[in-house]
Design a protein. Structure first.
Lengths: 150, 150
């Protein structure tokens, strides 16, 4: 468990570094312990020119449906509501260097009241350069993925 | 040293909690270790409605001139330049519950190329409610403190 979490942090650092290299200001959340349970931090926040992107980071060994707890989704929703930003699940498939970002409103609810990213949605995820394009204003998110809630 | 840093984190958590209670989305930086030395995190970032405030946190036992390294100031400047926000030194005087925020451009350079917050400036620092007022747009920062660089 400990080494699994450590590996998770390494991937978060990798994503933070890549976003930084693309021009974003980046903050990673502190390693969460019992003391942090009342605070609502996303795993990572990237900001450029007042465009705010908040991420929950998920690492998988192959492309497959990813499950996300309702608590994590609510945490992210509350953060972006306050900040005025966009929320994403950041997916890293081990062995691939690219990251893919699934907009929060693309998540599907499970029968148990939690959420999932269906496998086929992962491949359609946005890339870092897509986020940069959104900031630069030359494209809109709806050009990449349909918005189920609108 | 270890317990001193631990106490520092407690104060950061206190500030994070207060900003959260005032409606901000808040991120604290991870505890910095050698692995984090290439990343440029402020101690704390608070965001409301796309207004971004980045803080370096300083704790003192009484009101006195506070020294800040050039490295810390540059780190904060780079972050706010990318994010499009404002930078502050967040000062906590032990034993007082209030926090005071000194805008980055109010810092004075030392002869050694570092920076300081003169003692008399601490008392003029902004409060959390002043940050909220700036977000709500009913007041501007220049109504609180003169801007030396403009």
């Amino acid at each position: 468990m400990h080494s699994y979490r450590r590996r998770g942090f390494q991937h978060e650092r990798d994503l933070a570094r890549k976003l930084w290299d693309h021009g974003f200001a980046v903050m990673r959340a502190p390693a969460s312990g019992s003391k942090a349970k009342y605070t609502k931090y996303p795993d990572l926040v990237a900001i450029m020119d007042r465009h705010i992107f908040a991420f929950e980071v998920k690492t998988v060994y192959r492309e497959k449906t990813i499950y996300i707890s309702a608590v994590q989704v609510e945490k992210l929703r509350e953060f972006i509501k306050r900040a005025g930003g966009q929320g994403y699940i950041a997916v890293k498939v081990i062995g691939e260097s690219r990251w893919r970002f699934i907009p929060l409103n693309q998540l599907e609810e499970t029968t148990g009241g939690n959420y999932k990213v269906p496998k086929e949605l992962i491949d359609k995820g946005l890339r870092i350069r897509d986020l940069v394009s959104m900031v630069k204003g030359d494209r809109r998110i709806t050009e990449y993925m349909g918005n189920k809630n609108s």
